[in-house]
Write a protein that binds this ligand. Structure first.
Ligand SMILES: Nc1ncnc2c1ncn2[C@@H]1O[C@H](COP(=O)(O)OP(=O)(O)O)[C@@H](O)[C@H]1O
Ligand SMILES: [Mg+2]
Length: 393
């Protein structure tokens, strides 16, 4: 077994790194038996050649939605030739056209080539389902589809035309508010059946981590206390199992790099900082330029000290909004950009806060009246380096 740095010396911590990767799906998915059974219940009518009701699954990131549905799909597809579940990641296949093309490719290999019109796809779908096939489309991250109303409309129309088979949807999303933008008719069609995946609790995460540690790590390579800490930290972060696994993986890497043979609380704490920075970096990379420049200004003052806020500072680490705006203007000037108005600047602040990159609060009435106070959510040096790299500052 190679360790993470790629060297061939055997790891004293890891037994099988694949088990800890986000792509690994364990045989048993603890705490999701009920959800898996419910999904089976919905899709099983396809086995009697009845069109299943559409199903909508909601749950926060890392609550096991994708793995659970994929587990049902494996069982389902091995059982029945007259019905099939097709998994579609809508982050990649994000339009009606691409989804239909992807879904029908397995039946009509020539669709691998592009250039077919929507009508052609539509007719193929009717032909396939019309032979008595029950086609179930799993639309993971369904909120990413640009023309979902049109897709649902097309499927509804197809179902009206098809006599013996049918096409139905299992939609998955972690965005609760996305249904508000849907046409009322699509909404009621999509939400025929609804299911919620609750986030994992700290106790449940312990169990999930233990399961992975047993097969992924060397014997006794992790303290019970380190497992508990990983679970507790993750429970605070919305119970995201993916985060828990990342943390475990990183902590193992930390232990390996320092030549230890055991993951302790110390490695978990270090890993947490690393993982948080990695996640922040991913978030920041998707931000428009002005947001990044504001973030840069905040980090810069946080790191190099405030010029005049000290006198009135109320709480460690909070900066005055006005001072940050001035710094933002300087940063813009330096990179030959025009600073946006204060009104926009407040928009940026509120976006940054939503993403957890900063926190803000109102000051109590001081010398200059009420003002917004801003604090960076991460280490200023780290953020400065990330934004600096993105923007060339
Ligand atoms: N009950 C569980 N038992 C073991 N591993 C799980 C469980 N639930 C989720 N995971 C793991 O956590 C990660 C995130 O799960 P995923 O299904 O992708 O979450 P979601 O789709 O809800 O964001 C995956 O690597 C998955 O294998
Ligand atoms: Mg998912």
């Amino acid at each position: 077994m190679t360790n993470f740095s790629g060297s061939l010396s055997p790891s004293r911590v890891f037994r099988d790194v694949n088990v800890l990767s986000p792509h690994f799906v364990p045989e048993i998915l603890p705490f999701r038996e009920q959800q898996i059974n419910e999904i089976k219940g919905v899709v099983s009518s396809a086995l009697d050649n009845k069109k299943p009701r559409n199903l909508f699954i909601y749950g926060k990131t890392g609550s096991g939605k994708t793995v659970s549905v994929k587990r049902v799909m494996e069982l389902f597809n091995s059982e029945t030739p007259q019905a099939s579940m097709q998994y579609i990641n809508c982050r990649i296949y994000n339009s009606r056209y691409r989804i239909l093309q992807k879904a029908l490719k397995n039946f009509v290999p020539e669709l691998e080539k592009s250039g077919f019109g929507l009508t052609f796809l539509y007719e193929k779908m009717i032909e396939i389902a019309g032979k008595g096939h029950q086609l179930i489309l799993i639309l993971d991250e369904i909120d990413m589809i640009k023309d979902l109303d049109e897709l649902i409309y097309t499927l509804t129309r197809a179902n009206d035309e098809i006599k013996t088979g049918g096409v139905s949807i299992v939609g998955i999303s972690n965005k609760l508010s996305f249904k508000d933008v849907l046409d009322p008719r699509s909404k009621s069609s999509l939400y025929e059946t609804e299911m919620i995946f609750p986030p994992y609790t700290s106790e449940q995460l312990r169990e999930i981590l233990k399961q992975r540690a047993t097969s992924g790590l060397q014997k006794d390579a992790i303290d019970q206390s380190a497992i508990n800490l990983t679970a507790a930290i993750t429970a605070q972060e919305n119970g995201d199992a993916r985060y828990a696994l990342k943390l475990l993986f990183k902590a193992g890497e930390m232990a390996d790099q320092t030549g230890r043979n055991k993951i302790t609380d110390e490695e978990v704490e270090l890993a947490r900082k690393r993982v948080d920075i990695d996640l922040a970096s991913e978030t920041i990379a998707t931000l428009p330029e002005n947001h990044q420049l504001v973030l840069y200004a905040i980090s810069n003052i946080s790191l190099n000290g405030s010029r005049y806020a000290r006198l009135e500072i109320e709480e460690e680490g909070f900066l005055f909004s006005g001072e940050v705006y001035e710094e933002y203007e300087r940063v813009c000037k330096r990179s030959h950009k025009r600073a946006r108005s204060v009104r926009w600047y407040h928009e940026y602040l509120s976006d940054l806060e939503m993403l957890g990159l900063i926190t803000t609060k109102m000051s109590s009435k001081g010398v200059r009246g009420h003002t917004t106070l801003i604090k960076l959510g991460h280490d200023a040096k780290d953020i400065l380096a990330i934004v600096g790299k993105n923007t060339g500052l």
